[in-house]
Design a protein around this ligand. Sequence first.
Ligand SMILES: Cc1cc2nc3c(=O)[nH]c(=O)nc-3n(C[C@H](O)[C@H](O)[C@H](O)COP(=O)(O)OP(=O)(O)OC[C@H]3O[C@@H](n4cnc5c(N)ncnc54)[C@H](O)[C@@H]3O)c2cc1C
Length: 483
Amino acid sequence: MTAGLAALAARLADELAFLQLPAPRWTPAGEHDGAPVADVAIVGAGMTGLALAAALVQRGVSVVAYDEAPAGLEGPWATTARMETLRSPKQLAGPALGIPSLTFRAWFEAQFGREQWDALDKIPRLQWMDYLRWYREVLALPVRNGHRVIDLRPRRDGLVELAVERDGGTATRAWARRVVVATGRAGLGGPALPAYAEALPRTRWAHSSDDNDYAGLAGLRVGVVGAGASAMDSAATALEAGAAHVHLLVRRADLPRINKGKGAGNPGFVAGYARLSDDWKWRIRHYINTQQVPPPRNSTQRVSRHANAHFHLGVSIVDVDEREGALQVRTSAGSIELDFLIFATGFKVDWRQRPMLRRIAPCIRIWKDRYAPPAGDEDVELAESPDLGAEFEFQARAGADCPGLDRVHCLSYPATLSLGVITGDIPAISEGALQLADKLAGLLYAEDIEHHYARMERYDEPEILGDEWVAEPLASPVSAASK
Ligand SMILES: Cc1cc2nc3c(=O)[nH]c(=O)nc-3n(C[C@H](O)[C@H](O)[C@H](O)COP(=O)(O)OP(=O)(O)OC[C@H]3O[C@@H](n4cnc5c(N)ncnc54)[C@H](O)[C@@H]3O)c2cc1C
């Protein structure tokens, strides 16, 4: 550890002490079948899982976070992401939970100084991952890596049973009183792919979130479907790997230029969104969806600086088949022959892609079970989103018999329609983690009220000892004389 980081760790320890954090454990220790029961188990220890674990530890709640990835490789940053820098502005407080010494800026300045901070434009992607690694380490968060949760079974007795596979070996069982699904952008599903992709040989295409071998694209004609940030990152990576040509196939006649979601951001939006009516929530999210988020300027320029990059706008793919050793791509604007396609087409809710949720998925109410949007505002992504309750919990659809389903909470991107922008992006992740941690602490307390009441009754630490005063009878000689 550098001297700067050691000094920062000492400053952080002071700040936590000044705030009296973490609170001592106050929940009763439970066990089941001889194994400890966590108050909260978090599935996923990416940025969201870490921030939530930190907020729960601060509140004196027992927590364990499972992540299938090896330590330090959680989330997309050092694995499938390909941008040079984050989109988010460098000064955002991210998962710092209101503690100055936990910010990226504090971590950066501790190592490189204020001048370098002022000179920094955007945060390099891998440096963000380094910061998250430090965040976890300096807070000593209870994360178990190489642990894949493969089954969640809420029970009638107030516990949720988890089946956890360790490093691909046999699954063991674990128990928690509450479970939070913090599995990220694709957290309740996986890649959204056009129907024709599934019929193509797997050697001919990748989704932008795949761990694709870009070096293997050298010399090939590559098509990239989409025009968002991940389309630019995939195209740039293919070009840098020596692709002969990269064709961006974009359905829209123009690239979106304005990030409406960014324009909507303010503390009221973060705090007040969940209170809005269904109609307003749908209207806002549908508007942001239809306006679409532009790719970052630097990512777009990273593509266009290559002479063999081609932007084709207003081009819809009609179908694709493999013939004569290549992909024959038929589009609304004519045909093109390619060797490989990358689908930068985002993610969708698709419970089948998440075996962990197979047991509860049929019970979970989604927006389309309950809400019909105004004609013309239909939106498949929104319609498939989980319809979460005020405690971020999954709710049962009409007629479903799933006792304990409300013990499973969701803090991942598909929760955005219900909860707003607190579900996993850097700008409001602290608010999401703090809000959910408060709600979980409150639920745990209310559930154990008899225990806490009995504890209050048993509590016997005197604050005064009885030798601080002398009691006198009311009719004392002084008061009689003064009559
Ligand atoms: C390429 C890319 C770039 C992005 N850039 C930005 C940006 O600049 N600014 C911004 O605000 N947002 C950005 N985002 C969006 C968002 O901030 C990130 O997706 C971020 O990683 C979300 O954090 P998370 O913890 O919710 O999810 P993740 O970081 O994806 O973490 C989820 C974790 O869950 C684990 N997991 C999943 N299933 C299981 C299971 N069954 N058992 C155990 N573990 C499991 C995974 O291994 C993973 O580590 C970006 C997203 C992507 C994909």
